[in-house]
Ligand binder design. Structure first.
Ligand code: PLP
Length: 376
C-alpha cells in the first residue's frame, strides 16, 4: 500500500484526498445487509462530493439533505421519476431533515411536496405558511450520552411535548408521517439507540391510539466508524436495532436511517507532505501542507482525533503535526507517535478521513485544500 501511496503523491501532488468508491459501495451494502428492513438515506452533509452521490444513488441509496442546495443536488436524480408519482418518489429518495428551515427555502421546495422534519410550534407554523404541501416528521430529543458529537442540545422536541405537536399539525391540516431522532454522531454507546427507540415507540403507539396514523420511524445517523479498535462493531449495533424495531413497531411501517459518517469515513485517505520541521521546547513539530482550516476541519467541527502514519520508517517519538496557515490555532495534533527523523518533503498519510473533512474545508490564508482523486 505504501508504494501505491508514494506513487499517487508523486503523480498528483499533495495534499491528496483519495476516495475509494469500492469502499463506499461496500459500506452501503454492509449497512443494507445488517439492517435489511431499513431504507438508507445518506446524510449528504458528511461529504457532498457529486461522485459520492452518484455512486450511492446507483446502489439504490436515498438521501438526507439539510439545505436547498443539497436538496437540488439530489433532486436532479429524481427528476426523471416525476411524471409518474412525484410525491412518492421524492419521499422515497429525499428527506429534508434540518429541523429549522429558512422560510425562503420552504417556499422554494414547496412545489416538490417534500418530506421535512420539525421539532417545535414556530417551525410548524412556518412550514404551514410557506410549504403547506410538505409531509412532516417530528424530531424527538433523545439521549446522546457519550457520542462524539451531541445533537440533543440543539434539536428535538421533548418527548412530553410530542403529542401536542402532532395534534397541532393535524389540526392545522397537515399530516405527520412519522417520528425521527438522532443519538449523536459516532455513537458508541448503544444504549442511546435502545432508549431512543423506546421513547419513539411510546409516542408512536399513543399517536396511533389517538387516531394519528404514523407510518415512518427515522432512526437518524450516529452509526460508529472504527477509528480505533475500542469502537464496537456495527454488526452488534445492527442486531440490537433490528431486534428492537421488530419488537416495538408494526411490520408494515417504514423504518429509515440517515447514516453519514458510516458511509464515507472509511472510504477516503489523505496524503500530506511535510513542508517545515522545527524543534519547539524539545518536541519535533512537523508543519504539513493541510490543516484544521482545510481537510482536518473535522478536528474543530467534528471533535475528531486524526491518525497519522509515515511513509518512511524511523525511531518513533511523540511529535506535533500542525497545519500550513499563519494561525497558531492551526495545530492538528500535539501528540502523535511518528518517526522523529522525517524530513521536509517526506509524506504522512491519514486514514478514515472521508466524513466531515473536505465538507467543511475553507480557503483561509489562500490555501486551496486537497486535490481529490477517485478510485472506482
Ligand atoms: C439530522 C441528521 N441526520 C443525520 C446526520 C448524520 O449523522 P452521522 O454522520 O453521525 O451518521 C446528521 C449529522 O449531523 C444530522 O444532523
Amino acid at each position: 500500500m505504501k508504494k501505491d501511496l508514494l506513487e499517487s503523491a508523486r503523480q498528483h501532488g499533495t495534499p491528496l484526498f483519495i476516495l475509494d468508491h469500492n469502499k463506499l459501495r461496500e459500506n452501503y451494502r454492509r449497512f443494507k445487509k445488517c439492517l435489511p428492513r431499513v431504507q438508507c438515506y445518506y446524510a449528504v452533509k458528511a461529504n457532498s462530493h457529486p461522485e459520492i452521490i452518484k455512486t450511492l444513488f446507483n446502489e439504490g441509496c436515498s438521501f438526507d439533505v439539510a439545505s436547498y442546495n443539497e436538496f437540488m443536488q439530489i433532486h436532479k436524480y429524481v427528476r426523471g421519476f416525476e411524471r409518474k408519482d412525484k410525491e412518492f418518489f421524492i419521499w422515497d429518495k429525499i428527506i429534508f431533515s434540518n429541523t429549522i428551515k429558512d422560510w425562503r427555502t420552504l417556499r422554494k421546495i414547496k412545489r416538490y411536496r417534500p418530506l421535512v422534519t420539525y421539532d417545535n410550534t414556530d417551525e410548524l407554523k412556518k412550514i404551514k405558511k410557506h410549504c403547506a404541501s410538505a409531509g412532516l416528521v417530528l424530531r424527538l430529543k433523545v439521549p446522546d450520552t457519550g457520542s462524539q458529537v451531541e445533537m440533543s442540545s440543539k434539536f428535538g422536541a421533548e418527548p412530553g411535548d410530542a403529542h401536542h405537536l402532532i395534534r397541532q399539525a393535524f389540526e392545522a391540516g397537515m399530516v405527520v408521517e412519522g417520528l425521527s431522532f438522532h443519538v449523536g454522531s459516532q455513537c458508541t454507546n448503544f444504549d442511546n439507540y435502545t432508549a431512543a427507540l423506546a421513547i419513539t415507540s411510546d409516542i408512536f403507539h399513543e399517536a396511533r391510539r389517538k387516531g394519528y396514523n404514523l407510518n415512518i420511524v427515522d432512526i437518524g445517523g450516529g452509526f460508529p466508524v472504527p477509528y480505533d479498535d475500542q469502537v464496537p462493531k456495527f454488526e452488534e449495533l445492527a442486531a440490537i436495532i433490528d431486534a428492537e424495531c421488530e419488537r416495538l413497531f408494526p411490520k408494515d411501517i417504514e423504518i429509515i436511517a440517515e447514516p453519514g459518517r458510516f458511509m464515507v469515513a472509511t472510504a477516503a485517505m489523505l496524503i500530506t507532505e511535510i513542508i517545515g520541521k522545527a524543534r519547539r521546547e524539545g518536541k519535533v513539530f512537523y508543519h504539513i501542507n493541510d490543516g484544521v482550516y482545510q481537510t482536518f476541519s473535522g478536528v474543530v467541527y467534528d471533535h475528531w482525533i486524526p491518525n497519522f502514519r509515515s511513509l518512511r520508517r524511523g525511531k518513533e517519538e511523540v511529535c506535533a503535526v500542525v497545519g500550513p496557515t499563519c494561525d497558531s490555532f492551526d495545530k492538528i495534533s500535539l501528540s502523535v507517535q511518528l518517526p522523529g527523523n522525517l524530513d521536509i518533503g517526506d509524506y504522512l498519510y491519514t486514514e478514515n478521513i472521508g466524513a466531515y473533512s473536505t465538507a467543511s474545508s475553507t480557503t483561509f490564508n489562500g490555501f486551496d485544500g486537497a486535490k481529490i482523486i477517485h478510485q472506482y
